[in-house]
Ligand binder design. Structure first.
Ligand code: FAD
Length: 407
């Protein structure tokens, strides 16, 4: 008998998570650890890459440490990042990563490393993970409440799944958000274009972020001796330049933003094609409704110029999982309040940086605001250890079924 995707899926779960990368896999892991019956689906192939550079900030590393996953990440050979240097024109301001809050280094794992690590942890906790399976439709009850979904395999098979909550962790162009008509509650005005590639044979110590009027760049050391080097520019300029090829605009912007880095690339080797990302203005969507919730980029996307999306996804995975486990709509409302309180300042600063309408003095000020935001984020994550986050055992799963779904 042939196994179809649909035949892998059971008829009922406590939680259906759509998207199995940093937001979805982390949320699924936490829900499964709390004893819920969890299905995670992702239309991508397991272990595949996605368009993203991958610098984690302290809050992201702290989450991996708190969840017992940091040693596994280190074991992948992802190097420790112990400094970050901000270059404003000719001025270089180096900062050491101070050992505190349980974090003594930052890491920038490739998504082909981080996402599978989280997927494995979700599976180990008992979640069922099915790749090559996409959310097609949500299923609503008579009151309009979301009560499940239709999942479609790449093989064309379809399964109808009942779930007490459907969680959209399916990225910025979220189908889940569209199907539940999640309103956008805050919109950014600016978007960066980014072109990046992974290089071998480049000696780079720590993160390097470069700023010059109208352009930016960065170097992010990652595993296998490679360094991710990106060039960022206003979206309209990238769109104008792309017909001439990503390579030309990449080298042009790097030469403007980081001439010494551009020169060093001449003796390094590009491992694969350059990846262009034309940019999407940021947004914050409503994060929950009857029978549904959004996490990660699906609910809150900001421009990649501040390299903070993964860190925020790992933060919000826990805020959401705790709310789901608590099993009440008030807890889900609390998730949105906490997400927004922890995000709005970063969202606005990021949008301002993405405008490229700053001079170097203003850029420094914006980065100070960013540093303050990151410190409060780490503080918030620290307080999670002091609170149980509601029930965390299997009985909490019943709380979800009884409380959230009300059935
Ligand atoms: C150019 C660029 C550079 C970036 N650099 C950084 C950085 O340095 N540091 C950082 O922290 N962040 C960075 N980010 C942001 C970061 O990539 C995102 O914040 C992060 O990927 C969000 O994770 P997620 O799990 O919410 O969504 P995603 O990573 O987008 O994953 C969503 C998943 O959902 C799946 N999916 C979509 N639709 C469906 C469907 N209908 N059914 C089933 N599955 C579906 C997709 O296949 C995908 O696997 C960058 C982003 C970009 C674009």
């Amino acid at each position: 008998m042939t196994t179809t995707t649909a035949s892998l899926i059971r008829p009922e779960y406590d939680a259906l998570v759509v998207g199995a990368r940093c937001a979805g896999a982390a949320t699924a892991m936490l829900l499964a650890r709390a004893g819920l019956r969890v299905l995670v689906v992702d239309r991508d192939r397991e272990g595949s890459d996605t368009i993203s550079t991958h610098a984690l900030m302290r809050g992201g590393v702290l989450q991996l440490a708190r969840w017992g996953l940091l040693d596994r990440l280190r074991a992948t050979g992802t190097p420790a990042v112990r400094s970050a240097t901000f270059h404003y024109g000719h001025e270089a301001l180096p900062f050491a990563v101070k050992p505190r809050d349980g974090v003594d280094a930052l890491y920038a794992p490739r998504r082909t490393v981080l996402d599978p690590l989280l997927v494995d942890a979700a599976r180990a906790a008992g979640a069922q993970v099915v790749h090559g399976a996409a959310l097609a439709e949500v299923v609503r009850g008579p009151s309009g409440r979301v009560e499940g979904a239709v999942i479609e395999g790449l093989d064309g098979s379809r399964a109808r799944v009942a779930a007490s909550i459907v969680i959209g962790a399916d990225g910025a162009r979220s189908r889940a958000a569209r199907l539940v008509s999640a309103p956008t509650e805050r919109a950014g005005r600016h978007a960066c274009g980014v072109v990046y590639g992974h290089w071998s044979g480049l000696e780079v110590e720590g993160y390097h972020w470069y700023y010059r009027p109208g352009v930016s760049a960065g170097a992010i050391p990652t595993g296998d001796g490679r360094t991710c080097v990106f060039a960022a520019l206003p979206r309209p300029r990238l769109l104008d330049a792309l017909p001439g090829g990503a390579d030309a605009v990449y080298r042009e912007v790097l030469t403007e933003a980081a001439p010494e880095l551009a020169a060093a690339l001449r003796s390094a080797r590009l491992d694969a094609r350059l990846q262009p990302f034309p940019g999407i203005p940021g947004f914050m969507r409503r994060a929950w409704g009857p029978g549904w919730a959004l996490v990660g980029d699906a609910g809150y996307f900001k421009d990649p110029i501040t390299a903070h999306g993964i860190t925020d996804a790992l933060r919000d995975a826990e805020l959401l999982a705790r709310a789901v486990v608590s099993g009440t709509e008030a807890a889900l409302a609390g998730y949105q309040t906490a997400r927004d309180a922890a995000s709005v300042e970063l969202f606005e600063v990021t949008d301002r940086i993405a405008s490229f309408e700053w001079d170097l003095e203003e850029a420094k000020g914006l980065h100070k605001l960013l540093a303050r935001h990151m410190a409060s984020e780490v503080e918030l994550l620290g307080t999670l250890d002091e609170t149980s986050g509601g029930a965390t055992g299997p009985s909490a799963a019943l709380g979800v079924a009884g409380g959230i779904a009300g059935r």
